[in-house]
Design a protein around this ligand. Structure first.
Ligand SMILES: *[C@@H]1O[C@H](CO)[C@@H](O)[C@H](O)[C@H]1NC(C)=O
Ligand SMILES: *[C@@H]1O[C@H](CO)[C@@H](O)[C@H](O)[C@H]1NC(C)=O
Length: 182
């Protein structure tokens, strides 16, 4: 296993975002349901939420543009992240899965399958794992990467989520760390 990307990741997340002393970082999937949270772009963590098949972070109640918007929780099984709506009155398809679109030299939207919204052909729902509490994606060569990005929307405090496969770091995209929160 190569840790090039992981090394970059730890360099970026040193300081206040480093793992608490004594917390061993190892492959360890959470059990039961959990939220996904993003650190590093706001003064506190912000939660990942669902809106019309795409992933956002922030206070979902502020995002009024989607026709179906909901807070979500996740489980992990077979390297996939089944997703459940938690906002009252909203139900997602039972097979709703979190996806990224690992496409060389591209920054792409992160989203969710199902719910009558067509899934992009580059989407992958597999090969996710947690390293400590950090969400990572394992490439076929064994590299672990966490190339999540957040881009501010036109609503203050709400960000859309992206994946930057080649670590292009285009301007306007912030670098969060994405973690589980039980
Ligand atoms: C992924 O692994 C390959 C081959 O082991 C290595 O050359 C490359 O630098 C790694 N890529 C990243 C982004 O770490
Ligand atoms: C804000 O963004 C949403 C989603 O992209 C869009 O539908 C809406 O028209 C935008 N509103 C303004 C005021 O630009």
């Amino acid at each position: 296993m190569k840790f090039n990307t992981l090394a970059t990741f730890f360099a970026l997340t040193s300081g206040s975002l480093a793992a608490p002393a004594g917390e061993a970082l190892e492959k360890r999937n959470p059990t039961g349901s959990f939220s996904l949270i993003a650190y590093g772009v706001a003064s506190s963590y912000i939660k990942i939420f669902y809106s019309d098949g795409l992933a956002y972070a922030g206070d979902s109640s502020l995002w009024t543009y989607g026709s179906v918007t909901t807070d979500v929780t996740f489980t992990i099984g077979n390297t996939e992240l089944p997703t459940t709506a938690t906002t009252s009155g909203v139900t997602l398809d039972a097979d709703t899965l979190f996806y990224i679109q690992p496409t060389a030299d591209a920054i792409t939207e992160v989203g969710f399958t199902g719910n009558g919204i067509s899934t992009p052909s580059a989407a992958t729902t597999e090969s996710f794992l947690f390293y400590g509490t950090y969400l990572m994606w394992e490439e076929s060569n064994g590299n672990l990467s966490d190339s999540f990005r957040l881009k501010e929307t036109n609503v203050s405090g709400v960000y859309q989520m992206y994946w930057d496969q080649s670590n292009l770091y285009p301007s306007g995209y912030l670098l969060p760390t994405v973690k589980s929160l039980s």
